[in-house]
Design a protein around this ligand. Sequence first.
Ligand code: OOG
Ligand code: MG
Length: 264
Amino acid sequence: MNMSNQEITELAAQVDGAALNAQAIEQLSSLGIDLSIEQAYQLQSLSVARRYSRGEHQLGVKMGFTSRAKMIQMGVDDMIWGPLTSGMFIEDGGEMNFSHFIHPRVEPEIAFLLKRPLSGVINLAEAMSAVEAVAPALEVIDSRYNNFQFSLQDVIADNCSSSGFTVGAWQKADVDISNLGMVLEFDGAAVQVGSSAAILGNPYRSLVAAARMAGEAGSELTAGSIVLAGAATAAEALRPGVHVRVNTEKLGVAEFTVSQPLSE
Ligand code: OOG
Ligand code: MG
């Protein structure tokens, strides 16, 4: 679609405003805005730049739609990626403020901590050798669009629904993480059960893909940054007061509690 930079900048302000005010907006695609994938990423960068101008900084990146469970749940079948910022960080064992979200969901993930930068086409062994540590993780996604529905371009423009994440204790990267049981619990009861193998057959493949996407975007995954590999199961809707925990075989747990209504 023929769109000026100014139009894309204005859309970025709208998507960012929806996140900031926890107020859903109409899907861009249903407003007749037909973005290319490239324009959608341009919009994403401009919207995240607004977060940086408010004092947030980048902590890493997240991959999305790296499992069939997620692709099927959302009706999308391409991998996506976007930045994770300091404003999204939820301390392990801490509280997530429900009032800052629209219709948040949570999903079980694996996090990587990089000790070396990565960019471009790499193999599995190269990805593994760049990892300092791995951890069980939770991602909170909160689409800024009505009814949590979107096209591929819509969700890319909305920074891949990124809105929160928690990382459990870092573990040495020498654990074989290709097929670990992962249980997502609400108040101690399992709500999603899966395996890390659901993430592209091995979560390290997600890191390979993230490096490729960084290369294509002319950027890199930096040393010291976090990469979330993508959810192993479908996401679960959050509600006030619930205690959320992921228990991952060999890696342990990551957890947070959702605030009660009206708490600030
Ligand atoms: C988009 C984000 C997808 C994942 O782990 O697959 C994602 C969404 O489902 O709203 O984070
Ligand atoms: Mg995710």
